[in-house]
Design a binder for this molecule. Structure first.
Ligand code: FES
Ligand SMILES: [Fe+2]
Length: 408
């Protein structure tokens, strides 16, 4: 039964959640909790936004929308990637109205105040002579780049609730240096609008308990799914044997849990073999694009890594898929997937888009459906929190982490 929680503080509500179970209905639909989620959890996290190849030239910009915030990510004259809140310092209008483009300056469409690409106010027409423009720069937003992956954080610099970015960058380095994911380009982007709370999206992506019933294609390609269904440990010897061969090639190996690293922004990763005879995540296991970066061999492995709750990467020898989950409203999230191949690859000659995007497109369409159906059931008067299964350990970890962050 849902308690009448209207008069209860978030702290008390958090304390009432049963360990090992999903959350009360209110956590998946209440606007007040959603507002707190953005402020205390999402707003204190480093969020993957996009890849640098989307803004290769000076003045290239893109917008990232999250909750009420709109962030301008722009490449400056010095080549640096910076981010600013899309809020004019005059009367607060949005400045950039297009999702992507190239500009010489950031000019507000309302009264035409002009900012340079470093965020300085350089012109404010009709203002008094003693008006000091230097007092009204754009509000900057923290931004970092690691191997071409652009991250932003909405919190103010020095906020003690935000993880240091350097260890996140060094994990990315360890896993991707050989693949040189900075030298990739996005050849397809798909937005999967998902009318469900962001935590249902995260819960779904962190477990493969649903893979056998919901993802016949993913289960066919990934041998670990059936092995884990039989017995969680039964894939370990396969991984061990593969690791021996993979180390001999000089490629990275290893895995950790879903909640390693900084407790403020835990991340996780694993590398493992896809399936006997499969060198990449494709329908027939055959390559779908040229080898990435400095790779000389197909090691038959896949790398999955997470940076906090809202960004995921799936890396193979010939392509990368980046996943970005964006909370939009209490019962709506956007799932954005981008497919990357090496930057000099040409469509038709080096890759076929349909073959390349097959697995993650078919899988994400399936995921979107089960997540939406999950939200519908959660909205029922008969919904009660249910127990996580052992195969949902990472979802359980996420829920525990989320509650700690929310209450903290
Ligand atoms: S609100 Fe931007 S110039 Fe007036
Ligand atoms: Fe799934």
């Amino acid at each position: 039964m849902q308690a009448n929680t209207d008069a209860v503080s978030v702290k008390e509500l958090v304390a009432r959640q049963k360990p090992g179970f999903t959350l009360d209905q209110r956590f998946y639909r209440d606007p007040e909790i959603f507002r707190k989620d953005l402020e205390k959890v999402v707003g204190k996290s480093w969020l993957y936004v996009d890849h640098t190849s989307e803004i290769p030239n000076k003045g290239d910009f893109l917008l990232y929308q999250i909750g009420e915030e709109s962030i301008i990510v722009v490449r400056g004259r010095d080549g640096e990637v910076r981010a600013f809140f899309n809020v004019c310092r005059h009367r607060g209008s949005h400045i950039c109205l297009k999702d992507q483009g190239n500009v010489r300056t950031l000019t507000c469409p309302y009264h035409a105040w002009i900012y340079d690409l470093e965020g300085r106010l350089i012109a404010a027409r009709g203002m008094p002579e003693d008006f000091d423009k230097s007092e009204f720069p754009l509000h900057s937003c923290q931004a970092r780049v690691a191997h071409g992956l652009i991250f932003i954080c909405l919190a103010r610099p020095g906020d003690p609730d935000v993880a240091d970015f350097d260890p996140i960058a060094s994990d990315i380095d360890q896993l991707t240096a050989l693949h040189r994911i900075e030298d990739t380009k996005i050849v397809h982007r798909e937005v999967y609008p998902t009318p469900a709370n962001w935590k249902l999206v995260v819960d779904n992506f962190r477990e493969c308990y649903h893979c056998t019933p919901a993802h016949p294609e993913y289960t066919m390609v990934n041998a670990y799914v059936k092995a884990h269904d039989r017995d969680l440990g039964s894939y370990d010897p396969v991984v061990k044997e593969w690791e021996g061969k993979t180390i001999a090639l000089g490629h990275p190996v290893g895995q950790n849990g879903g909640n390693e690293g900084d407790p403020r922004q835990p991340g996780g990763y694993w590398r493992q073999p896809i399936r006997e005879g499969f060198v990449t995540l494709s329908e027939d296991g055959k390559p779908v694009a040229p080898l990435l970066g400095d790779l000389q061999h197909w090691d038959g492995g896949e790398t999955a890594f997470t940076f906090g709750a809202l960004s995921y990467a799936y890396l193979c020898a010939d392509h990368l898929c980046m996943f970005r989950f964006t909370p939009v409203s209490p019962e709506h999230s956007d799932v954005v997937v981008t497919w990357h191949v090496r930057s000099d690859a040409q469509e038709g000659r080096d890759y076929d888009l349909e073959r390349l995007k097959w697995l993650w497109d078919v899988t994400t369409v399936e995921d979107t459906k089960i997540i939406i159906d999950n939200q519908k059931g959660v909205n029922s008067s008969r919904y009660e929190p249910g127990p996580y299964a052992p195969l949902e350990a990472y979802s359980h970890d996420f829920t525990r982490w989320y509650l700690e962050r929310l209450a903290g």
